[in-house]
Design a protein around this ligand. Structure first.
Ligand code: ADP
Ligand code: MG
Length: 722
């Protein structure tokens, strides 16, 4: 104990010396001057005092006032200055990985240190932190995962939960867990940070915690304009055509007539962004790289792309960033002078009655619109073009519905269960705004149907494995099944693809060509998932031959997405190896990778109960889900191009309501595959099959039944090949 204490004291002194040295250096002084100019600086003392006297405080202040980069840093600095640096451990959560990384990098720079020293970050599957890291920026998901193995957050002294105004599911979840933890950890300090003025809501949740508001000192004289006529905005904002021409016209105007400064365009989603980018690339002015630097911004950007976004463009080139609402609060692009706000966001909502997630562009909230406006003119007066009339703004909801109330709760419930919570329903009823009981029931039903929970709502051993994999439970199950059934490689590609994005591009004006290109990868597999595997493998070959660029171009594939899939594959591989599910010698887990039927079966085991029956009519086909609902195939699905499909079933990963209900990627499966691998759907099964099915379920309930599994696998394999 006391030896450790001495070591830490010595380290604290060293930290203090280094901090003082930096603050007295010329660059350090310059940095400090900048930091002192931020509105948050005036609240430094008040924050430290409040935190000394209260276990929980709530801080609000407009985006850019210095909450994220400054407040945790003030605590760190004051601890270091008082010679306790090595004893403190501060965690600050972010809703998105990109902001956790960007902010950690920024704070390190402000302290004149390399990233991963005193300040580090950790996001899903990636991180930069060391034994000297005392301020860690991480995603809220990472902190939740840590809570699974360390229920008391031992050793942590301060927790900041940032961007709580967004009401993300993980943040709401964290607040339940932390609220429960606080009485057990009287010394732990909790700071909630919000970019809007609804601090009261959170303060009440924590029994009247004190609130501090950081006044906005910047006095930005942002100029706002609304689209004058409803006709320009409303009527053309259908999901297919989201006023691209209007945006193009506004961008042209800015580039021709306005003063220098970057432009930030808020779009609804990745598809719109890439379509608009294609349209703008063809424009004589906006597509000219000598005049306009067009950057697209999305959640899984590579670091090199991130640099482009934050960096300065060459002289006389205007930076135009196309982004989704992720740029609303979590990232700050300093040189933005103009904001173009389309007024919509593709928001997931959840229809608990039909158990269907919906993804529809819908009007944003007033709070979001203000956020978007606030992104203009960080360093000089800015201007915001709202592409909707003022009367529409007044009709917006004040705040967005919390995510907990608008998404399926499958992953969340699995995580809650792994916190050893007896009743999921009871746990969730302690949320700031609890979800509907039906939504909770659906999630529990789903987890039971895939074998992650037993009938008494207890985690099975499959469930335990699934809760440690940082993917959607059904994809996690597919990964495990792929490893166990020795066809790991293709399954790894499929799961990585499904968790990144579809690498098959679908340009608005070349839909047919793109569809044809994709169907070349299908080779009568009747499977989008296997087409993905072939496309990925073709890309790897092309890369070896140095023709990856041509390959992507010819096949309408996104090199960026393939690259992301490639790195995710590596990371999943590593995690499964770590969990002991994959052998160090990968060839063992790939003995059966060439077996198409088996791969098909594993896809089915993961995607079940996402199945639709194929109903052939004289001239057409239709598809019916288990609850008898009609679904349509996405235009880009290989299965949409066939007249007939020689399989009675399609399994699919996602059912999305966009006007009608669509299924995105699908794979044809036979009756026997469905019987053997489709979870608990076992009507019409012969006795022998049923025994095998039970054996297979037993295996997951009790991992000691490995021998049984090995025999079973041989039998299954024979059966599938017949
Ligand atoms: P908040 O969390 O209140 O929105 P931040 O702490 O993220 O604000 O940012 C405070 C200020 O720090 C910003 O207004 C900006 O001037 C500056 N800043 C933040 N990130 C960076 C960065 N990556 N590079 C340069 N300056 C930055
Ligand atoms: Mg922030």
């Amino acid at each position: 104990g006391s030896v450790m204490e001495k070591v830490l004291q010595r380290r604290s002194l060293r930290m203090r010396n280094m901090q003082r040295a930096w603050q007295e250096s010329p660059e350090g002084k310059k940095m400090l001057d900048f930091r002192k100019s931020l509105p948050a600086f005036k609240e430094n003392e008040r924050l430290l005092q409040a935190i000394a006297q209260n276990q929980v405080i709530v801080i609000s202040g407009e985006t850019g006032c210095g909450k994220t980069t400054q407040l945790p840093q003030y605590i760190l600095e004051s601890e270091i200055e008082s010679g306790r640096g090595a004893f403190c451990s501060i965690i600050c959560t972010q809703p998105r990985r990109i902001s956790a990384m960007a902010v950690a990098e920024r704070v390190s720079a402000e302290r004149g240190e390399p990233l991963g020293e005193t300040v580090g970050y950790k996001v899903r599957l990636e991180g930069m932190k060391g034994k000297n890291t005392h301020l860690l920026f991480c995603t809220s998901g990472i902190l939740l995962r840590r809570l699974l193995s360390d229920r008391n957050l031992n050793g942590i002294t301060h927790v900041f939960v940032d961007e709580i105004h967004e009401r993300g599911m993980n943040e709401d979840f964290l607040l339940i867990v932390l609220k429960d933890l606080l009485p057990r950890r009287r010394d732990l300090r909790l700071v909630l940070m919000s970019a809007t003025l609804n601090a009261e809501l959170f303060s009440n949740y924590f029994g009247g915690a004190p609130t501090i508001h950081i006044p906005d000192a910047l006095n930005k004289s942002s100029f706002e304009s609304y689209s004058p006529r409803a006709r320009d905005s409303l009527s053309c904002w259908t999901p297919d055509c989201i006023g691209f021409n209007l945006i193009e016209a506004v961008l042209c105007h800015i580039c021709r007539k306005e003063r220098p400064g970057a432009v930030l365009v808020f779009m609804t989603g990745w598809e719109d962004i890439s379509c608009l980018r294609d349209q703008l690339k063809a424009h004589p002015l906006l597509g000219d790289p000598n005049r306009v630097l067009l950057i697209t911004c999305h959640g899984s950007m590579a670091t090199s792309e991130q640099k482009l976004i934050f960096g300065r463009p060459p002289p006389n080139v205007r930076k135009v960033v196309l982004a989704t609402n992720m740029a609303e609060a979590s990232i700050t692009i300093n040189d933005v002078v103009f904001v173009v706000d389309c007024g919509k966001a593709k928001e997931t909502s959840y229809d608990a009655l039909n158990n269907t997630p919906c993804l529809l562009p819908s009007w944003i909230s007033q709070a979001s619109a203000r956020q978007r406006r606030g992104r203009a003119g960080r360093v000089q007066p800015g201007e915001c073009f709202h592409l909707y009339p003022r009367c529409v703004y007044h009709a917006f909801a004040e705040y967005q519905l919390p995510e907990l109330l608008r998404t399926p709760l499958n992953s969340l419930c699995l995580q809650i269960k792994s916190l050893q919570v007896p009743s999921i329903g009871e746990f969730l009823s302690a949320a700031l705004q609890p979800p509907e009981p039906l939504a909770v029931q659906n999630a529990i039903g789903f987890l039971t149907s895939i074998g992650a929970l037993d009938d008494n709502e207890n985690l099975t051993s499959l469930g335990k494995y699934l809760s440690i994999l940082p993917v959607d439970p059904k994809l996690g199950k597919m990964l495990i099944m792929g490893a166990v059934f020795h066809c790991f490689d293709p399954v790894l590609t499929i799961v990585s693809g499904l968790s990144v994005r579809d690498p098959f591009l679908l340009p608005q004006d070349k839909k047919d060509l793109a569809g044809t290109a994709k169907s070349r990868f299908s080779a009568k597999d009747y499977s989008d998932h296997m087409a993905l595997v072939r496309a990925y493998e073709g890309w790897k070959d092309a890369e070896r031959e140095g023709s990856a660029y041509e390959y992507c171009w010819r096949n309408f594939l996104s090199a960026q997405t393939l690259q992301a899939i490639h790195s995710l594959r590596k990371q999943f591989n590593y995690i499964l190896r770590d969990a002991g599910l994959v052998d160090a010698d990968a060839s063992i887990n790939n003995k059966l990778s060439h077996n198409q039927s088996l791969v098909r079966a594993i896809i089915c085991s993961g995607l079940f109960p996402g199945i639709a029956s194929v109903v052939h009519r004289e001239t057409s086909m239709s598809f019916k889900t288990m609850d008898d609902g009609q679904v349509l195939l996405y235009a880009n699905s290989v299965n949409a191009r066939y007249q007939t499909i020689p399989y009675p079933w399609l399994v699919f990963g996602e059912k999305v309501k966009v006007n009608t209900v669509f299924i995105r990627d699908s794979t044809g499966v036979s009756d026997s595959i469905l019987i053997l691998f489709g979870g608990s759907l076992n009507h019409g099964v012969q006795a022998g099959h049923l025994r095998m099915l039970e054996g297979y379920i037993d295996f997951f309930m009790d991992p000691s039944l490995v021998d049984c599994y090995l025999k079973l696998k041989e039998e299954l394999n024979e059966l599938i090949q017949k």
